[in-house]
Design a protein around this ligand. Structure first.
Ligand code: NAG
Ligand code: NAG
Ligand code: NAG
Ligand code: NAG
Ligand code: NAG
Ligand code: NAG
Ligand code: NAG
Length: 330
């Protein structure tokens, strides 16, 4: 008796395998485009499950909408053997909400212009690849984007000021590229959401536009660039900022006057030319991490809060900071 279900199972499997048309949910146009993408990438091993005889909604590296069965996510990651460029056909999957090419060291060329057609895109992650060329202006047309991650690539040129036109953006990751030029003034004019801004490990120059002071960021990471001048506008007692990292730049401003938000949890200022003294309000913040080393600060380290729980390397290499955990003030 218990052979019947096994037989049924086998039958269903075989019939499914040989006549996909009976039960295939995949949209035929999407399937055609996916097979073109596979071909354009030289049939990589990563896409071995993309067999034309099977339902494309069952293939790896993608996801279909449960109701419409249109392809809504294309996610290719972690394959050294995948070589070539992002195929133009990705722009012909009109219902895509997520496009991800990640940890693909041999993916090269520029950011594919046909991505501009993907008006439903919410998440675009092209990171840890060998993509080069500019951060394209057309990204500002993708009004539904909430998450834009172009980090860990070989992108060059400047940050397009049009990115501030993305009304729903929650996070912008342009870190670990070769971006030059200054931070556009427009980034202080995000309407609606204020995105987390990751611009670290580039070659950005100039000063931070004053307009950024108007925004209540959650996270700012401008570390390891060539930025200079004032960064005090990033702070403010009324903000709810959680993390500020401006380490390894050439910032030069008086920290004494800065208003520390109570919410501040991580503050990294190391390797700049920041002067003045540590504000008393640092003792009232919920600091988990602090590094102000290699600056030009003076005076007593305020006593209280978390400030004495950090070791001397948080404070060392300043002009004349003193008090615990450094040597006591004379
Ligand atoms: C990235 O591409 C450059 C040429 O554009 C090449 O020299 C380099 O080896 C590539 N890097 C990797 C990790 O493949
Ligand atoms: C991409 O890399 C291949 C070698 O892996 C190279 O032949 C080709 O010129 C590169 N293309 C671009 C646009 O860098
Ligand atoms: C954003 O996506 C919704 C569907 O999720 C769509 O109706 C709308 O047209 C998209 N917005 C834009 C600007 O294309
Ligand atoms: C970035 O591209 C340059 C050529 O534009 C190349 O020489 C270099 O190897 C690339 N870097 C990486 C990390 O692939
Ligand atoms: C902070 O908020 C309070 C109350 O909303 C306001 O009176 C004060 O001017 C604000 N301070 C700054 C520096 O914006
Ligand atoms: C920094 O600002 C404080 C407070 O306004 C002031 O007393 C101090 O002299 C300034 N430090 C320097 C080095 O300009
Ligand atoms: C602070 O930064 C300096 C310079 O990078 C480093 O040597 C030190 O270990 C750091 N200390 C902490 C506590 O992060």
């Amino acid at each position: 008796m218990n052979k019947v279900p096994l037989f049924l199972c086998l039958f269903l499997f075989i019939s499914n395998f040989f006549s996909p048309s009976l039960s295939e949910k995949c949209n035929p146009q999407d399937k055609k485009v996916l097979l073109q993408i596979k071909k354009a990438l030289n049939n990589p091993y990563l896409l071995a499950s993309w067999d034309p005889k099977t339902d494309c909604c069952d293939w790896y590296c993608l996801e279909c909408d449960l109701k419409t069965h249109r392809v809504i996510a294309l996610t290719m990651f972690s394959d050294d053997r995948l070589t070539g460029q992002i195929p133009a056909q990705v722009g012909d999957l009109p219902y895509l909400e997520t496009l991800l090419f990640r940890h693909l060291p041999n993916l090269n060329g520029t950011i594919q212009p046909s991505i501009a057609k993907l008006k439903n895109l919410k998440t675009l992650r092209l990171s840890w690849t060998n993509l080069s060329g500019p951060v394209p202006d057309f990204l500002s047309q993708l009004k539904n984007l909430t998450f834009l991650d172009l980090s860990f690539n070989n992108l060059s040129g400047s940050i397009p000021s049009s990115l501030s036109k993305l009304p729903n953006l929650l996070a912008l990751h342009l870190d670990r590229n070769k971006l030059t030029g200054s931070i556009p003034e427009s980034l202080g004019r995000f309407k609606g959401n204020v995105p987390d801004l990751y611009l670290s490990h580039n070659k950005l120059t100039g000063t931070i536009p004053a307009s950024l002071g108007n925004l209540d960021f959650n996270t700012i990471d401008f570390s390891r660039n060539l930025l200079e001048g004032d960064a005090s506008m990033l702070f403010g007692s009324n903000k709810t900022t959680w993390q500020i990292d401006i380490s390894r730049n050439m910032f030069q401003f008086n920290l004494s006057k800065v208003e520390i938000p109570k919410s501040l949890s991580r503050l990294d200022l190391n390797h700049n030319k920041i002067f003045g003294s540590l504000p008393q309000a640092l003792t009232g913040a919920e600091l988990q991490f602090l590094n102000v080393s290699y600056n030009r600060m003076c005076g007593q380290i305020p006593v209280g809060g978390q400030l004495q729980s950090f070791d001397y390397s948080t404070y060392f290499h300043n002009r004349c900071l003193c008090g615990a955990p450094l040597e006591s003030c004379k």
